[in-house]
Design a protein around this ligand. Structure first.
Ligand code: OAD
Length: 249
């Protein structure tokens, strides 16, 4: 069947219109149009000389907690200055139409929630939250704590960002909820991710094992592209509003 002018295949419009359960996986690409750098693009400005792989690790934090905390403070500033874009907003609208909708994100910027998404699984945590580096309790620094990094008000250990670092395990219950969503959906959307990092990259294949159609939204090819029933080659901020608009007007 031909595609409507906006490049959305008519068969995909019909599939989404009748979907009862949709699972979505997003990566940093959906936040690119909000000005938040993707992971594998060069870091910008002050931090250009640092490689995230060298900073977002438990070893880096143990070696130089101040440097790692300040890098995250810089990224928090980027995120606070960013706004959700039309791609985030389209997913929030889609959730309002689909009976069962789960948004699984690898992003730590909280922009999906700021766009109005309700059922969000944060696979890699959230940069705007801090936790005790010893007890992992989520808490914020004391008002008058000027240490860098601040100390846990309960036990005095350093606080750290509540994000998953390279080499760390993802919270088990979070992961199970994400795989359950991928197994039980009748349409899976993979948006703005290079599909390189496990275990997130396995989620669309979990849907494929259940003969569920996978839709990829990405300006570039990824390892998932050959397996996707629909590879919508474009930016999330353009493709997602076109997709949701084609289905719900
Ligand atoms: P990457 O930087 O690896 O990939 C971003 C993807 O988004 C690429 O495939 C781009 O082509 C695509 N992209 C760029 N602009 C886009 C746009 N406007 N619309 C749609 N897609 C766009 O980021 P992730 O795949 O999210 O893990 O990386 C996954 C994980 O790798 C991150 O969560 C992080 C990193 O290691 C942890 O921090 C644990």
């Amino acid at each position: 069947m031909g595609a409507p002018a906006d490049g959305i295949p008519a068969s995909l419009v019909e599939t989404l219109r009748h979907a009862q359960s949709v699972a979505v996986l997003t990566g940093s690409g959906i936040s690119a149009e909000s000005g938040v750098p993707t992971f594998r693009n060069a870091q910008t400005g002050l931090w250009a000389r640092y490689d995230p792989m060298d900073l977002a690790t438990p070893e880096a934090f143990a070696r130089d907690p101040r440097l790692v905390w300040e890098w995250y403070a810089w990224r928090r500033g980027l995120v606070e200055g960013a706004a959700p874009n039309s791609g985030h907003e389209a997913l929030a609208e889609l959730e309002r139409h689909v009976p069962e909708f789960v948004l699984i994100t690898q992003n730590v910027d909280g922009l999906h929630q700021r766009a109005g998404s309700q059922r969000v699984i944060e696979l890699h945590g959230n940069i705007m939250r801090s936790k005790c580096s010893l007890e992992a309790v989520i808490l914020e620094p004391g008002e008058d704590d000027t240490d860098v990094p601040p100390s846990c008000p309960r036990c005095g250990a350093s606080l750290r960002p509540d994000v998953v670092w390279f080499g760390e395990m993802l919270p088990q219950e979070t992961l199970e909820a994400a795989f359950e969503a991928a197994r039980s959906c009748d349409l899976f959307l993979s948006i703005g991710t290079s599909s390189l990092v496990q275990p997130a990259a396995s989620l669309p294949f979990e849907a494929l094992h259940g003969r569920v159609a996978v839709v990829e939204v990405n300006p570039d090819e990824t390892p998932l592209t050959p397996h996707a029933e629909y590879a919508l080659r474009g930016r999330a901020g353009e493709v997602l509003p076109a997709l949701v608009g084609a289905v719900y007007g």
